[in-house]
Design a protein around this ligand. Structure first.
Ligand code: NAD
Length: 484
């Protein structure tokens, strides 16, 4: 049994709130206990972060900070197997995913933002003055201060360091509230912080639930200068309300109901491979995933059969087994939510092309399994087609024209991502421009250059992170005007 402690001012400490159990999702058994932070620990963490800003961290030259960020990346990689095992135990995701995506990207984020801060520049403007001497304006970037970082469970280390790395690169200090479902890698990172010499108080972790618990205590704490959040849209709204007190800025990466678009001139095998991943990878628990696929009528039946075959081709099992290609979903509660949509689809008369239930898992009967599922035949206004399910499932709808498909894709409150498949160059660019999302992929999915802007429009978020765009949130830009 592992006990996950809070990490405050460089020390691992017990929380004063009610502890809760941590489960191995493949078997449902309790494998650990999370020591939850109460108001007192959140207060201590914010205080430690504030003190660290005023201490050596706040005075450290950029080059030294950058060297420490690179040591953090090396420190994660040096303990790769421990991070990997921790992430697999917490999420139930297959080793093949965690070893290729979660842990390497979790480490790489520190190098990406180390590079970014070294080359960051600001604007200057010369101006004329009436007396003819002129003036020079230049901008300075200062750290924003103490950043509250609230994270989801689907890519725990990767999405946390996506925020912590730029925050630290810019000279801020952080208090992280990991998801209650996935406390392990954020805690382990505390050990790496100490080992590489990050000063105490720069990185703090408080564990616990969201509402009326560590999450809310952190986001409503007046000592927090900015809040960065990834998670559900409804939680984002609550966090925005909390941030309104004191007019604190927020960066919100929220939910989606992303459309895949497959034209009849697409490379069918490539489209099936890409859309298949977009629907089912990480057991469908990817914010950028595709739960609605629009397929041009001429290839609809072939595509539908091909995608159903992909859905049937996954191998469930122990996530530590290299042969496993699909793990569980994150919790019993989330399994029940996903299965409630499977029931809604059946009740609404969907044609089920693959899956639709739970797999028969001998030896792992208590794990949180759901089958990859493909439906067709539902109207666009059904709950299954409109609401984010966050499971390994998708609905296929045929379309005829470009205009029709962009209207269908845009008929949603969300605006996170799309994946467009066509060999017609003009059509590809036109469609990418017409679909109102933050991220469009053409003939690909989840191909990420970390320097690019990442974020959603409409109810999928506020702000952009990634590359230089992260600097906008994690720094305060200040203009200095010098009369010459
Ligand atoms: P969630 O909103 O339930 O929880 C996220 C975090 O917020 C957790 O740490 C939780 O404890 C905390 N929280 C909950 N209520 C809170 C409150 N009132 N105040 C402060 N903190 C609170 O999300 P989740 O279920 O962990 O993650 C899945 C969701 O995340 C999906 O909607 C998915 O689309 C979204 N997501 C978005 C992106 C993106 O980049 N846009 C990436 C990954 C996941």
């Amino acid at each position: 049994m592992t006990t996950y402690l809070n990490f405050i001012d460089g020390q691992f400490v017990k929380g004063s709130a009610q502890p809760f159990a941590n489960h191995f999702l493949t078997t449902g058994e309790v494998i650990g206990e999370v020591s939850a932070a109460g108001r007192a620990e959140v207060d201590a963490a914010v205080g430690a972060a504030r003190a660290a800003l005023k201490g050596p961290w706040g005075r450290m030259p950029v080059a030294e900070r950058v060297a420490l960020l690179r040591k953090l990346a090396d420190g994660i990689n040096a303990r790769f197997d421990e991070f990997l095992a921790a992430e697999i135990r917490d999420t139930g995701k297959p080793r093949s995913i965690a070893s290729h995506i979660d842990i390497p990207r979790g480490a790489a984020n520190f190098n990406v933002f180390a590079d970014q801060i070294l080359t960051a520049s600001t604007e200057t403007f010369e101006m004329a003055t009436q007396d003819g001497t002129g003036a020079l304006n230049y901008a300075l970037r200062s750290p924003r201060g103490v950043i509250g970082v609230v994270c989801p469970w689907n890519l725990p280390l990767l999405l946390m360091t996506w925020k912590v790395a730029p925050a630290l690169a810019c000279g801020n200090t952080v208090v992280v509230k990991p998801s209650e479902e996935t406390p392990a890698t954020a805690t382990l990172l505390g050990e790496v912080m100490n080992a590489v010499g990050i000063p105490p108080g720069v990185y703090n972790v408080v564990h616990g639930l969201g509402p009326d618990a560590a999450g809310e205590f952190l986001t409503s704490h007046p000592g927090v200068d900015g809040i960065t959040f990834t998670g559900e849209t409804r939680t984002g709204e609550a966090i925005m309300r909390a941030a309104a007190r004191g007019v604190r800025p927020v960066s919100l990466e929220l939910g989606g109901k992303n459309a895949g678009i497959v034209f009849d001139d697409a490379d069918l095998d490539a489209a099936l491979e890409g859309i298949g991943r977009a629907c089912f990878a990480n057991t469908g628990q990817v914010c950028l995933g595709t739960e609605r696929v629009y397929v041009q009528r001429g290839i609809f039946d072939r595509f539908a059969e091909g995608l159903a075959q992909k859905a049937r081709g996954y191998r469930f099992g122990d996530p530590f087994d290299p042969a496993t290609t699909m793990g569980t979903v994150i919790s019993a509660e989330h399994r029940d939510k996903v299965l409630s949509y499977y029931a809604k689809a059946r009740e609404a008369g969907a044609t089920i092309l693959a899956g639709g239930g739970v797999p028969d898992m001998q030896g792992y009967e208590n794990g949180y399994w759901v089958e990859p599922t493909v439906w067709t035949g539902l109207p666009e206004d059904s709950a299954v087609v409109r609401e984010e399910i966050f499971g390994p499932c998708t609905h296929l709808t045929p379309f005829d024209s470009e205009d029709e498909v962009t209207a269908l894709a845009n008929d949603t409150p969300y605006g996170l991502a799309t994946s467009i498949w066509t060999t017609n160059l003009g059509r590809a660019h036109r469609t990418a421009k017409a679909v109102d999302v933050g991220i469009s992929w053409i003939n690909s999915w989840f191909l990420r250059d970390l320097r690019t802007a990442f974020g959603g429009s409409k109810a999928s978020g506020i702000g952009r992170e990634g590359g230089v765009h992260s600097l906008e949130f994690y720094t305060e830009l200040r203009n200095v005007c010098v009369k010459l």
